[in-house]
Design a protein around this ligand. Structure first.
Ligand code: PEP
Length: 250
């Protein structure tokens, strides 16, 4: 039985004061959650958030990482640094990184390796654009995104990872995938990985992301291959995020 997870991606929002208030409300509201709850604040707030989360079950994650281990990479942050400040999860391959910052499958796979090799848990984001969906390329695009990681890092690396299916056309747009659309892609992801290792595929948590809200979370999370959500906009409001977390509980 896979434990459901809800991960908040705060993107580039908030301030010290905003984030402290948000995290305090989440800590208070998530105390009895049977589903896993995690938040990914911007880099500069991670250290302080780790302190505020110290006595809670809420897990800390980062939104990005450098593929290199250390050195002359001005402005970058390594996996070791993220581990040092208390992160457990690291998003790799978020569609905003892929589209706005030119991260291709090869770079995303290298970032995945960097995270995995430090003992952190990568959250590998995959998903197709609207044009790709409309030209029936969804499976092909997602297969290439998965294969790049499995080829470089090996199927065993998925044991510590989470996959997030995030159709690009659903992120921040208010257009959520239907539960059946999400289920179909999640089942495809699981089936493709099962071709390499059935046990790892069966145990892998596959989250859905893309305009998840209180009104649609429960029916999305009820699908058999949807193991929770990666939440953007709705994770910035404690009451909405907590309601989504509640929808992930049986
Ligand atoms: C995201 O940024 O990963 C995301 C899913 O955003 P939103 O929930 O706002 O669509």
């Amino acid at each position: 039985m896979r434990r459901k997870a809800v991960i908040g991606n705060w993107k580039m929002h908030g301030s010290r004061a905003d984030n402290a208030a948000l995290i305090e409300a989440i800590v208070a509201g998530a105390a009895d959650s049977s589903a896993e709850c995690a938040v990914c604040p911007p880099f500069v707030y991670l250290h302080e958030m780790a302190r505020l989360l110290r006595d809670s079950a809420i897990v800390l994650g980062a939104q990005n990482v450098c593929a290199e281990a250390q050195g002359a990479y001005t402005g970058e942050v390594s996996a070791a640094m993220l581990k040092d400040v208390g992160c457990h999860y690291v998003l790799v391959g978020h569609s905003e990184r892929r589209t706005l910052y030119g991260e291709d499958n090869a770079l995303v796979a290298r970032k995945f390796v960097a995270v995995h090799s430090r003992g952190l848990a990568p959250v590998l984001c995959v998903g197709e654009t609207l044009a790709e969906r409309e030209t029936n390329q969804t499976q092909q695009v997602i297969a290439a995104q998965l294969d790049a990681v499995v080829t470089l890092c090996g199927i065993q690396s998925l044991e510590q990872a989470v996959v997030a299916y995030e159709p690009v056309w659903a992120i921040g747009t208010g257009h959520t995938a239907t539960p059946q659309q999400a289920q179909d892609v999640h089942a495809f992801i699981r089936q493709r990985l099962a071709g390499q290792d059935a046990k790892i595929a069966a145990e892998l948590r596959i989250l859905y992301g893309g305009s998840v809200k209180t009104g649609n979370a429960r029916e999305l999370f009820a699908m058999s291959d949807v193991d929770g959500g990666l939440i953007g906009g709705a994770s910035l409001k404690a009451d909405e995020f907590l309601a989504i977390l509640a929808a992930a509980q049986p």
